[in-house]
Design a protein around this ligand. Structure first.
Ligand SMILES: [Zn+2]
Length: 144
């Protein structure tokens, strides 16, 4: 007897897009579809479409999720690092500030673009927000 599958990607009739590959390609700031074309034309501005394979990028709705994720990651690393060093050393508050404040800024700037790329890769892999070719209806957005 044939197994019946309801819902999910098996039911959609669309090819499954590899989630982790797409997120890894996005993290490396490359096109989630081909991994060749560049994803960003500026720090956090994406190209409209891939120069290599033509895949459209403008559908993404990463919004402020990348910033939230950067805050979570950097916050845990910096706070854990500070507390560990503070407990095992005799550094003054000024020395701690000189270490952790610049590190926070550097890590945040370094992670924002790759994490935004990974979020776009996830949205692409799940056919979200028009990545499947349908119109994405969001009130107030020019595409709708
Ligand atoms: Zn591409």
């Amino acid at each position: 007897m044939q197994q019946q599958v309801f819902g999910g990607e098996q039911h959609s009739g669309r090819a499954t897009r590899p989630l982790w590959t797409a997120m890894k390609r996005g993290f490396l700031c490359r096109c989630p579809n081909c991994g060749e074309g560049k994803l960003f034309r500026a720090f956090t501005k994406t190209f409209d479409h891939c120069e290599a394979c033509g895949e459209e990028f403008h559908h993404h709705r990463a919004d402020d999720l990348p910033a939230y994720l950067v805050i979570v990651i950097v916050g845990h690393v910096i706070l854990g690092g500070f507390m560990g060093v503070e407990a095992t050393s005799t550094l003054s508050m000024w020395q701690h500030l000189a270490i952790w404040a610049p590190l926070t800024i550097i890590m945040s700037l370094a992670l924002l673009q790759p994490i935004k790329g990974a979020v776009i890769g996830l949205q692409w892999a799940y056919y979200m927000h028009g990545f499947g070719g349908e119109v994405d209806h969001i009130e107030g957005h020019p595409e709708t």
